[in-house]
Design a protein around this ligand. Sequence first.
Ligand code: ADP
Length: 589
Amino acid sequence: MFAIFKKLAWFFKLRWKAYAIAVSGLIACSILSAIIPLVIGNTVDLMATGTLNWSNLRNNVLILLVIGIVMYGLRYMWRNNLFTSSTLLESLMRNRLFDHFTKMDQYFYNKYRTGDLMAHATNDLNAIKFVAGGGILTLTDSISITIVTLISMFFIIDWQLTLLTIIPFPLLFFVARYLGKMMNENFRGSLKAFSSMNDRVQESVAGMQVIKGFGEEEDDYHDFTKSTDHVVESNRKVNLINSAYTPSIEVITGLTSVLTIFFGTYFISQGRISIGDLMAYFSYLGNLTWPLLAAGRLMNTMERGNVAYDRIEKLLSQEAKVQSPENGVDQLPFKELDVNIESFTYPDASSPALKNIQFTLEDGQTLGIVGKTGSGKTTLFNLLLRHFDIDQGEIKYDGQALKEIDLDYLHENVGYISQTNLLFSTSVANNIRFGRPDMDQDGVEHYAELASIHEDILEFTEGYETEVGERGVSLSGGQKQRISIARTLAIKPDILYMDDAMSAVDAKTEQSILTNFKAERQGGISIIATHRMSSVMHADLIIVLDNGEITERGTHDNLVAENGWYANMYNQQQLERKITEGGEQDGSI
Ligand code: ADP
């Protein structure tokens, strides 16, 4: 049960002063609150014996007043120290986690679902924060109030009465142990259920358009209610045990009260204690109830924190498989690319996604990759960018093995425009200058023009300052793609990879963007994966991928002459274009 405190020892050491102040404040409050029943008891005795007068009443009221004021100050002090510390712990751990997320590779993101990661970053951190705040409070308070109260009852009121009335207390130990254990076991289940429900919410919200598009709202809702039912069911078990806990404690304290009335009145009749003593004694019993109830909650809090901490530690202990080499190469002209992929299989996949891919590109050359969906185009980019490591084979930039190149350096110099155009919730201008935050407005507009998005942006309500995302303008697929293109061009990459990056842009616009590229880049290596044959017809080399393998390779003329898949697709697309555009010229690089 105390395992979590051991795990958090590093933080308690770090904030030892704040915790020392908080714990001392809490103990001082427990001691002061033990004086209050004595003062009230004394007042009752004075009344009962007819000796209450203005002077002793005023003294007692003054004592209560001073205790009240001092306790106010102490409470302010411990609260401030304790809860500032627990918030600090949460933010420290959240930063560590986020930092870790940014270092993780695609292997990690393949393995963990987004919903799970979100649950870790919110619920788990909350549970740990609670241990460092509420947990320490409950623990210190339970122990100090119990000890101070029992000492007061034993030494100040009457030790015999105390011994006789706390006979039922050992029962508490068994209740706390038995129910506490059950509660912990069920709690783990409830955390798991919550995590998987979180994942469902995430997936459904992200895919709502698809769900609606297929008219699957009803089914999705039913599926979702199953996971909420599971959460309810697992929480119900926790609550059932929780519900049994409080009444059990109350029965035990009730028994104690019965014993107190019985023995207390007897002791009064014997003259061992006064009426005021009995009243104070009852107040003490009342004071004891809270720590007893809290002990159950404390176990829950600590177990929750413990499970949460373990889950976070497990995440933090995951090492990225793809690591930037120490002292990696960070000076390269990026004028030559040599690819030799013998085989690459995704983790947990049964067959290779790419096999026998070989090609070499030199400065100024463009490679076109075409092929059906799922043929391995994105996978090839994943390997070129070292999102994953190749099982067999090697990729070399300027003769330098990819594994030897500093990863940040690689990503800063190789521009990649993916199929998924994620833009951030900030202005259009800031999205374009994402890789070069210091770029001025002229620069931003220049790249927007290159990507043929400038005119569109001017039409947005606030032009370049228009917010993108939930709070701002909703962009069409083509607009998002062109902003992504501008963002990538803005980093002036030596090498440019485009993964079906213009699928939502019409052929004519694509043509003008590609022409702009050529004029702007003056050389450089480009790889363009596309579904539109005309986009790559002037590439220096075109490869056709099918099921992870190269099935055709050559220039446009070679491939057309071969009369294979490429020629077929090209002719078909030409025909479609002629029909829809009335025989206009092709867009091509
Ligand atoms: P394309 O870009 O040509 O559509 P991909 O490279 O995305 O094709 O996919 C090639 C193959 O690899 C497909 O069979 C796909 O299911 C599989 N694949 C893609 N990404 C992953 C992944 N992260 N984990 C496992 N398999 C994957």
